[in-house]
Design a protein around this ligand. Structure first.
Ligand SMILES: Cc1cc2nc3c(=O)[nH]c(=O)nc-3n(C[C@H](O)[C@H](O)[C@H](O)COP(=O)(O)OP(=O)(O)OC[C@H]3O[C@@H](n4cnc5c(N)ncnc54)[C@H](O)[C@@H]3O)c2cc1C
Length: 256
């Protein structure tokens, strides 16, 4: 892929303020109007499952696709070691900046830096959200959340649920997702393989996919498309026109 195709569409400006400034200026959708908008989310792993559940909770009409027969079978289930957050519980010098820096370094400097900074910024809220979803994180005897130093990190910032963090996180995301399915805001489309993205006037407006049960090719339209397909495929090529969301960056940091 040539670099010409790589446009992250990330807001410009100093990296520490890029997203907070952007968030101040983006247009909002009135609560009563959210149900009039359809969002396609491709993927039901930690990224897609959480995105679909959150958008459904906000009131959008969400169509959520995955290849497997159940959202719970996404590859996120394989994650083991834990999830990073700059809580600095140990007071060992951690910060959003250090988590950002370690993650970019752990990703061999290939990640989109503005997006990694955002990930580091929201890392603490992610842990809080997961704990609220009932994820059984390891705890100290006093009841506070435990964490450990993982990979090449110089600080203790990895929150874990024994050796099955991904599975427990996915069960948490899945519970939120199924709550929205029950509420009617999210419609699930398992056993569908996305084949192509529909782009109209430079904006992602739908997908074409194969129904893996019947073999038929189906099309779905939406106001926006989120690709949360795990990240390790040529689907990144499509992502110049769609929001691309994956949970991989944090792990690359652990691998060091
Ligand atoms: C063995 C192992 C250990 C790991 N340990 C850790 C760890 O300790 N800490 C950590 O932070 N990370 C870890 N990771 C990495 C982490 O698991 C992943 O980065 C993360 O789970 C990816 O989540 P995701 O939602 O982006 O993608 P996934 O969970 O892979 O979900 C992708 C989704 O997209 C769907 N999909 C893909 N292509 C299509 C298509 N064409 N059409 C329709 N649907 C499609 C799939 O069906 C699935 O639902 C580990 C990974 C592995 C393999």
């Amino acid at each position: 892929m040539s670099s010409v195709n790589l446009n992250a569409n990330a807001p410009s400006g100093p990296i520490e303020t890029t997203w907070s400034e952007h968030k101040k200026k983006i247009k909002l959708v009135a609560p009563a109007n959210k149900r009039k908008h359809t969002v396609i989310v491709v993927g039901t792993g930690l990224a897609g499952g959480a995105a679909a559940a959150s958008l459904g909770e906000l009131g959008y009409n969400v169509l959520n696709f995955c290849i497997q027969d159940s959202p719970r079978r996404a590859h996120s289930v394989a994650a083991q070691g834990g999830i990073n957050a700059a809580k600095n519980y140990q007071n060992d010098g951690d910060s959003v900046w250090r988590l950002f820096h370690d993650t970019v370094k752990g990703g061999d400097f290939r990640a989109r830096e503005a997006n990694v900074y955002r990930l580091a910024e929201v890392s603490n809220s992610i842990i809080d959200q997961c704990a609220a979803q009932g994820v059984p994180f390891g705890r100290e005897y006093g009841g506070t959340l435990a964490n450990r130093s993982f990979g090449g990190a110089q600080v203790s910032r990895t929150f874990y649920a024994r050796g099955q963090t991904g599975q427990q996180l996915l069960l948490g995301a899945y519970s939120s997702l199924m709550r929205q399915v029950d509420a009617g805001t999210v419609k699930l489309f398992p056993r569908r393989e996305m084949l192509d993205l529909v782009v109209i006037d430079g904006k992602a407006r739908g997908i074409v996919c194969r129904n893996l049960v019947t073999g038929e090719v189906e099309k779905y339209a939406a106001d926006a498309v989120i690709l949360a397909t795990g990240g390790y495929s040529t689907v990144f090529f499509l992502s110049t026109n769609a929001v691309n969301c994956n949970a991989t960056a944090a792990w690359r940091c652990h691998k060091r």
